[in-house]
Ligand binder design. Sequence first.
Ligand code: SAM
Ligand code: SF4
Length: 335
Amino acid sequence: MTVQLIDPFQRPITYLRVSVTDRCDFRCVYCMSENMTFLPKKDLLSLEELDRLCSTFVGLGVEKLRITGGEPLVRRDILTFFRSMSRHLETGALKELTITTNGSQLERFAADLYAAGVRRVNVSLDTLDEDKFARVTRWGRLPQVLRGIDAAQAAGLRVKINAVALKGFNEDELFTLAEWCASRDIDLTFIEVMPMGDLGNEDRIGQYWALSDLRADLAARYTLTDLPERTGGPARYVRIEETGQKIGFITPLTHNFCESCNRVRVTCTGELFMCLGQEDNADLRAPLRNHPGDNAPLEQAIRQAIFRKPKGHDFDYSRQRADGQVSRHMSHTGG
Ligand code: SAM
Ligand code: SF4
């Protein structure tokens, strides 16, 4: 029997997030610069390599797989990969196959994702105002995303909206967003903006809207009940009693929940990051490419890396500086 992945702090690693591309059809201001240089194709893991990599993790006890990017649905033939991964759902080894998307391509892909066994999708949406949406995503169009969300719900996918809390940008839409989600039976999670990527022209601290403040604003209007639900991630949840909906808070800055972290991330080039907020990583592409018929070197590289998983990240804005900043873009590691 294979021995499960356990890190030095006795945390079982059961959740893998995989970025399948660094490309995207949007250029969100907190994620990418307008002129991005993307990786040459030969550097990316092929769909076959991604399959082998994810299947190896499943063999080592990973039960939840989230596909992300860049924008995962712009990767050519990505459905082939989803269809192939569904075999692990059928055996029961994988409990959940899911995706984080900007929603731009969902209208086209929702039904096929459902057919491949996906049951939940996270859609990133920071505003319901068309002009503001165009500004924050630079290249995105809101109606296209809204049609994608409609298609996802029509296909039977459970939708969760992820909204980055941005000071002076969507503060005035807090209740509009919450009520729009409630009216459509969509869960909503807010994310604190993280100091990722050296974008130069963006002011990370100026954008930062602490979720403790956001929560206080919500509590001034609604009755909030803390929910015990934990996903091993940084999110904490409340229920709004008036609407019954669930609101999540991902607060890497105001609170640090690393002690229960059960996840690792792989980039589209096969770097394994043991923590989103630290630079240490392990190259999994070399053992994949150099040993096409032998999984032992890959498994060994994964185990050695998990042994180095750090206790937590060091993001900290409290000294009015973006301490603990990491230089890679979120689209590189996969948010
Ligand atoms: N393109 C897909 C999307 O937008 O959902 C998947 C990749 S995107 C990098 C994943 C998530 O990371 C999105 O919800 C996005 O809002 C979030 N994100 C990107 N940059 C961020 C930052 N600097 N701080 C916090 N969240 C960020
Ligand atoms: Fe693209 Fe997602 Fe980054 Fe926006 S957050 S630029 S949609 S990868």
